[in-house]
Design a protein around this ligand. Structure first.
Ligand code: F6P
Length: 320
């Protein structure tokens, strides 16, 4: 019997999602699957908002940011009745398999549908790099690039004004964007959820920089949701010799054309997702580990905490 794959993107968009859609669609067609694109994540699946794809449906998207399928968050998808509606919509066109592209929330939906007999494969795509089962998520490297470009510019103006720039980056509960960008930009202080935020320590460190005449300006990179960066910048101005300024990079980090690393990663992961699906796999998420393609049971990925790279953090401290 001819098998049919549905592709959806869900959760926050990430640069490289389009490259992953292209890879799954083309690898699926090449292996003889029928392929459907589903609009707006699980919401579109429940509503039957999908269309049949051919090779040219995914032309000219490899290098585009965002997702041509649109994305949405559907908290109700935890409900059994909502999942059953999705399955009814799939049955209408004989869709027996799903490749879901997104983060852990996206994986949860695939896990539930797998338990109901749908073959599901998860592809990690989020700028946060917070998916276990892969060294890198699709989109992380592009977002990192965006942050590095922005912080390099902030450093120019901070240095000219003896300022301390406090830069808030995304990451949700994962500090990788802050940690990696701090290494790439030579940030003097990094604040991540894994290390924790201690305002007293930040202020004391800045005072020490000044006492030792160590830096005439400073960059502090902080993961979102840990503190109010405007308030922190004011405190820095009030209590240290630096004048503090806050910059929230916001959703600009999610946009832009994917860097080559993300295009390559999305293409490899998308192709591999179809390969394991064709070989009968289900309820697994794919990833890259030491430059090799791997897959992990989704259930394991959902409970496994993403490891924090303490070695990189320690190195940053040595190099600051
Ligand atoms: O998960 C990706 C992410 O960009 C997080 O870094 C951030 O916390 C969140 O999405 C923002 O979500 P929204 O698009 O709903 O503002």
């Amino acid at each position: 019997m001819k098998r049919t794959i549905g592709i959806l993107t869900s959760g926050g968009d990430a640069p490289g999602m389009n490259a992953a859609i292209r890879a799954v669609a083309r690898a699926g067609l090449a292996r003889g699957f029928d392929v459907y694109g589903i609009y707006d994540g699980y919401k579109g699946l429940v509503e039957g908002n999908y269309y049949k794809m051919n090779k040219s449906s995914v032309s000219d998207i490899l290098f585009r940011g965002g997702t041509i399928l649109g994305t949405a968050r559907l908290p109700e998808f935890v409900e059994d009745a909502v999942q059953m509606k999705a399955i009814e919509q799939m049955e209408k066109v004989g869709m027996d398999s799903l490749v879901v592209i997104g983060g852990d929330g996206t994986y949860r939906g695939a896990y539930d549908l797998s338990k109901k007999g749908i073959s599901c494969i998860g592809i990690p795509a989020t700028i946060d790099n917070d998916c276990p089962g892969t060294d890198y998520t699709i989109g992380f490297n592009t977002a990192l690039n965006t942050i590095v470009e922005a912080v390099d510019k902030l450093r120019d103006t901070s240095a000219s004004h003896h300022r301390c720039s406090v830069v808030q980056v995304m990451g949700n509960h994962c500090g990788d964007l802050a940690l990696y960008s701090s290494i790439c930009c030579g940030a003097e202080i990094v604040i991540t959820p894994e290390v924790g935020f201690n305002e007293y320590e930040v202020i004391e460190n800045l005072k020490e920089f000044d006492r030792q005449k160590k830096h005439n300006h400073s960059i502090v990179i902080v993961t979102e949701k840990l503190t109010n960066v405007e308030a922190l910048a004011k405190k820095i101005s009030a209590e240290t010799s630096f004048s503090g300024r806050a910059t929230v990079l916001g959703h600009i980090q999610r946009g832009g054309s994917p860097v080559p690393f993300d295009r390559l990663l999305a293409s490899r992961i998308g192709d591999y997702a179809v390969e394991i699906l064709a070989n009968g796999a289900s309820n697994r998420c794919v990833g890259i580990r030491s430059d090799s393609m791997i897959s992990t049971p989704i259930a394991q990925a959902l409970v496994q905490p993403k490891e924090f790279e303490q070695n990189l953090y320690d190195m940053l401290e040595r190099l600051a």
